[in-house]
Design a protein around this ligand. Structure first.
Ligand code: AMP
Length: 282
């Protein structure tokens, strides 16, 4: 596996691959790899001739300086894991390479950026995400890009951007990879110490409780959200939000019907966690 740090090198590599007729699969990440990232890389390898992952802790999408400072970074371990997962190139630019003096452009995906995570973190979070993903697509020139359902709102924002701007990239959304007890894998989980690791299960318990009442026939979204919230409270965690929304538009639902996203966020000790499930309800 090669590690490339400049846009010029990455452009040259992608141009060469495209001239050879190879399909490029791309997995954008912020590093601190776990099995969730690895599953995306492996799926990219199954579908595409070559795989690129990017490792870039994007400063513009952090709304708390402390979260950016505490974000785990271990490029040596990441590069070994990516190589083992069959990645051909890891693109790991500096912040200066991505945001040189005078950088002034922002992508805003209206309507999707100020709800759920955007309501808590501010619209600049998804503007940061959309802008950096747009730039990474231009640098890597992938045929297919792989994103985790773990970040459901990110998926909705990027899908909208790709469609609106006619970007020639196919989006592949990959299932959430969980620990054996149900906790969604996250780079931030390493910061869960002592009892916080047990309390973090509240998110999964809340989602499971919400799914249970839907499976039992409940269609009133507020009742479903209350069941999930109550399950989290009984686990000692108060959700920042427990939302029942349409999967694509992220609009709140009064009735549970169609492609339903149940999304939750909560602070557990020093860490802010998110999780979700998708239900297809007829
Ligand atoms: P991140 O490094 O956190 O920006 O994540 C990079 C990609 O991995 C994103 O598309 C995430 O949605 C995805 N990802 C993170 N955690 C998981 C997980 N537990 N299961 C599946 N995909 C994940």
């Amino acid at each position: 596996m090669r590690i490339l740090r400049t846009i010029a090198e990455m452009h040259a590599q992608s141009d060469a691959w495209r001239r050879e007729g190879k399909t490029i699969g791309f997995v954008p990440t912020m590093g601190a790899f776990h099995d969730g990232h690895i599953s995306l890389m492996r799926q990219a390898g199954e579908r595409c001739d070559v795989v690129v992952t990017s490792l870039f802790v994007n400063p513009t999408q952090f709304n708390e300086a402390s979260d950016l400072a505490a974000y785990p970074r271990d490029e040596a371990t990441d590069s070994k894991m990516a190589a083992d997962a069959g990645v051909d190139v890891m693109f790991a630019p500096t912040a200066g390479e991505m945001y040189p003096q005078g950088f002034a452009t922002t992508i805003a995906v209206g309507g999707l950026e100020d709800v759920l995570e955007g309501a808590v973190r501010g619209p600049q979070h998804f503007r940061g995400v959309a802008t950096v993903v747009n730039k990474l697509f231009n640098i890597v020139a992938p045929h297919e890009a792989f994103f985790g359902q773990k970040d459901a709102q990110q998926v909705a924002v990027i899908k909208r951007m790709v469609a609106d701007l006619a970007m020639p990239v196919d989006m592949v959304v990959c299932d959430i990879v969980r620990e054996t007890d149900g906790l969604a894998m996250s780079s931030r989980n390493v910061r869960l110490k002592g009892d916080d690791r047990r309390r973090a299960l509240a998110l999964w318990r809340g989602l499971a409780a919400a799914k249970d009442v839907v499976d039992d026939g409940e269609r009133d979204a507020s009742v479903v959200a209350k069941a999930g919230t109550d399950a989290m409270l009984s686990h000692g965690i108060t959700p920042e939000y427990f939302a029942v929304v349409d999967r694509g538009s992220l609009a709140p639902l009064a009735r549970v019907a169609g492609d339903v996203l149940i999304a939750v966020a909560a602070r557990v000790g020093p860490v802010r966690l998110i999780d979700n499930i998708v239900l297809r309800v007829s």
